[in-house]
Write a protein that binds this ligand. Structure first.
Ligand code: MN
Length: 233
């Protein structure tokens, strides 16, 4: 028992850093909705440049497991491949011109979504937490430090399900850049080193069936592979 606590404190969620034996500790996971025009349209939205909107996942939703349980209470688990920016420095009211100085590195993430629950929540005007913030809802690759790869602003972002190309886009098609997303987010929340930002998904979202195998990749950053168990949760 750790001194001073009435129960053992949970382990700090963390993610591996490529080429290192050290870990990136996760503080919070923020997510951007509808940041590629073609995806905004497929979700019934407007492709115009409206301010980005945000939701979040618990820090311990991040996972690097290669085999995941099919989550409970859904029959429509969707994949959303996303560029993830991770912060090495926090702040409030960060200027867009300074925002990339706060980025430690980048990873490939999948914003797993219980689409049936999200659709019901939207219809009822209810929060998205059960649709977006469930256990292991944020598979993520190793982090590539910006000190090695820079700050990618273009390049293919793709997702394959069982070998078939399902999502395909380019980072250059993001409506709000990483810097603009961080700047806007920092007006709502004080950002901290350890925060992660899932920056939105290109078109082609769809269901992962039980037993489905995902390979997601972003040019210049890397790839992420995982499979879902064969039985629904
Ligand atoms: Mn998403």
């Amino acid at each position: 028992m750790a001194e001073g606590f009435v129960i053992s404190p949970p382990a700090r969620p963390s993610v591996r850093v490529a080429g290192s034996d050290r870990l990136f500790p996760i503080h919070r996971i923020y997510c951007v909705g509808r940041n590629y025009a073609a995806h905004a349209v497929e979700m019934g939205g407007d492709p115009q440049r409206e301010p980005p909107f945000f939701f979040s996942k618990p820090a311990d939703a991040a996972t690097q497991a290669v085999q995941l349980s099919y989550p409970p209470r859904t029959h429509d688990l969707h994949h959303e491949v996303e560029l993830v920016a991770v912060l090495g420095r926090g702040g409030r009211n960060i200027a867009p011109e300074k925002a990339l100085e706060h980025v430690f590195g980048y990873a490939v993430g999948v914003d797993l979504t219980r689409r049936d629950l999200q659709t019901a929540a939207k219809g009822a005007g209810r929060p998205w937490d059960t649709a977006k913030g469930f256990d292991a809802s944020a598979p993520i690759s190793e982090i590539r430090p910006a000190s090695e790869i820079g700050h990618p602003t273009k390049g293919a972002i793709e997702l394959r399900l069982d070998g078939q190309l399902r999502q395909q886009g380019d980072l250059a098609d993001m409506i709000w850049s990483v810097a603009e997303v961080i700047a806007e987010l920092s007006t709502y929340f004080e950002l901290w080193a350890g925060d992660m930002v899932f920056t939105g998904t290109p078109q082609g979202v769809g269901a992962i069936p039980p037993g489905g195998r995902i390979v997601a990749s972003i040019a210049g950053i890397g790839s992420l592979e995982f499979a879902l168990d064969r039985v629904e949760g």
